[in-house]
Design a protein around this ligand. Sequence first.
Ligand code: ACO
Length: 335
Amino acid sequence: MEFPFNINRVLLKKFVKIRQNLLPEGFSGDRRISGDFSPKISDILDEMGRASAIAQGLQKAVTSGERLRNSDHTVYLLIDTEGKSGEGSVVGLLKVGKKKLFVFDAAGVHHEVQPLCVLDFYVHESKQRMGCGRALYEYMLSEEKTSPQYLAIDRPSEKFLGFLYKHYGLEKILPQSNNFVVYEGFFIAKSDQVNNGCSLLQSRSLNHFSTGTLSNAAGLRANEAEEHCDGLQQLYGRYAAHKPPSTVGKILQNVGIQQHQQQHDGGTSHLAFDMEHESVFGPVGDCSTQETCKSPKSFVIELNGEVNSAPTSCRLHHSTSPVKHDLKFSHSRLW
Ligand SMILES: CC(=O)SCCNC(=O)CCNC(=O)[C@H](O)C(C)(C)COP(=O)(O)OP(=O)(O)OC[C@H]1O[C@@H](n2cnc3c(N)ncnc32)[C@H](O)[C@@H]1OP(=O)(O)O
């Protein structure tokens, strides 16, 4: 992306790290120069943030100069010093920052953590699939002294998921009740610290899946996560964007849990379903307790034996997810 000023005069290196002061890390100019640079860098962040939002189909940009000024996040930029005009161009943007999150591990244990999160990632359309994204990501990893599996990703796009799989082999997602994606390996401590800087603030076992209290646990954890995450996320980026209504939620609402319960007896399996985020989390287990909706946004659905062939824990994040088809298939057979 080109700008009406010489990028090479403002951003002197191929990789540039920018924080709250909207100046490149290591900047050593005087007040006059910083007064000239920071509005230009703010413009760059605004334009790149806008382009990223368009590329991701978001209504609001996740990144802007103003937002970075008012946060403790870090933006990494990738610069092409040549550009079309020879005055340089901005090729990519990657924003990271720490957030407090509630995260489930593979055993369904609930942790309150503060990991480094990938909040925004964009490579200009003319430079995608040429390795620019990887170069920028690698730079960020080395600056942050971390590894890909320790990062939480804020609602990754299909392209980003493909990127993480291709370059880092990240595939197995640990299902969450919020929009952050973490991968297997997230909880593996690197040294005596959990998660290489991801501080474990609190953990609580909600592993009640086989005791018939899944719905309570699910209601509790979804509520807790919501309360917590609402405060943290609702003002930012993707959370400010319009969310299409939950199709699976509609199916479940229309059909009615009670009706479903009446039709089926015995051999039930439980899945916790987060309506807002279209996620189903488990593990599921056979259980005879008939529990229904515990809160407007989370409840437990009961499915008979057919669903046992579905994965025991899953996330309905993508429209193409085979899990979603499995679930719909199960519905159509049930109702
Ligand atoms: C937390 C978040 O920010 S989520 C939002 C992520 N950003 C976006 O989706 C915006 C649009 N996309 C982009 O800006 C870029 O494609 C990025 C940032 C995701 C990746 O940057 P790139 O420079 O393209 O990555 P790089 O060239 O290093 O790696 C390419 C790999 O990324 C994935 N990828 C990149 N573009 C695409 C695409 N159009 N379709 C599918 N996969 C893609 C693929 O795995 C690809 O490998 P392949 O070409 O062999 O299939």
